[in-house]
Design a protein around this ligand. Structure first.
Ligand code: MN
Length: 301
């Protein structure tokens, strides 16, 4: 039996799990995150969209920070496929599993790429929220992966997912109206923004305000919010507008011990003050006007 670990936090990881199930329906899949992968004491044949732990035969990933660590520590093996130029780990996995001619596999990769390059469609965004609302619930995450493997891009035709969608959409419409009113009141349509959202918004919607501000013309947005898996920690996510070169998000989050990609990167901290100070500093340095907007989101009601 194939023992696999995937990133259980987003579309790329869950689509990767679905790809595995297309080829190995009986694979044992764990849904972990970049921290928990180092704390579970298990052996894995395949670890996807996550950093490579000690007991792992093959690592398939696209995070630059992971590649650099593996090289520095001499842990990169010839079997590993770690390519920071790949838009999603699922794309590397599809090639690794020789599934390029499988229509469902290509649809799953399309979903993963849309999510990881901030080109969500309405459907992939719903999927992302359902995944984030199912965090740490490996049973539900496996169920979502199985539905994806069975339905491909028509995943929302599944009755169980449809029910989840309805539940989440009611909450989402409330959040959307609240955020729109808030962003309208800011009147910001350019430059660099940092939003403190700690304890103000649901985990699955923490990055929404970043996308709203980017859509309105901002170059880069950093958001801070509480981690759903480890509530003592604060997550920092940076998003950069597709056609803006003002900031390399990965370069900044790496200074906070995180990583990711040029347009989308993240880090985790326990020292919020230090993180905000650092973000203000790094953003100001790169801002053409040498100014940054810092806002605190009121609790979404
Ligand atoms: Mn990914």
């Amino acid at each position: 039996m194939l023992r696999v670990a995937v990133h259980g936090d987003d579309c790329d990881g869950i689509c990767s799990a679905a790809l595995i199930l297309l080829k190995f329906p009986n694979a044992k899949i764990r849904f972990l995150n970049p921290r928990s992968i180092f704390t579970v004491n298990e052996e894995f044949d395949l670890v996807v969209d996550l950093p490579k732990p000690k007991k792992c035969k093959v690592n398939i990933d696209h995070h630059k920070s992971n590649l650099e660590r593996l090289k520095a520590e001499g842990l990169l093996s010839p079997q590993d496929v770690v390519d920071p130029n790949a838009p999603a780990a699922a794309l590397l996995l599809m090639k690794y599993l020789n599934l390029e001619n499988d229509k469902k596999a290509r649809e799953l990769v399309e979903i993963a790429v849309a999510a990881d390059t901030a080109r969500h469609t309405e459907e992939t965004l719903i999927l992302d929220k359902i995944i984030k609302a199912s965090l740490n619930n490996e049973e539900d995450l496996l169920r979502i992966a199985k539905i994806l493997a069975k339905k491909g891009k028509d995943f929302l035709s599944d009755e169980w997912l449809k029910k989840k969608q309805k539940e989440i959409e009611t909450e989402l419409s409330k959040i959307k109206i609240f955020l729109k009113t808030f962003v309208d009141s800011l009147g910001v349509n350019s430059g660099f923004v940092i939003v403190d959202e700690i304890d103000a918004i649901s985990y699955h919607s923490a990055k929404d305000i970043a996308h709203m501000l980017l859509d309105r013309g901002c170059d880069a947005v950093a958001v801070l919010y509480r981690d759903a898996s480890e509530p003592s920690k604060i997550r920092i996510s940076i998003r950069v507008r597709r056609d803006s070169d003002a900031i390399d998000a990965e370069e900044i989050t790496r200074k906070l011990g995180g990583g990711g990609h040029k347009k989308a990167a993240g880090a985790i901290t326990t020292d919020v003050k230090e993180a905000i100070f650092m973000l203000l500093n790094e953003f100001t340095k790169r801002s053409p006007t040498k100014s940054v907007i810092f806002v605190k989101l009121p609790k979404v009601t």
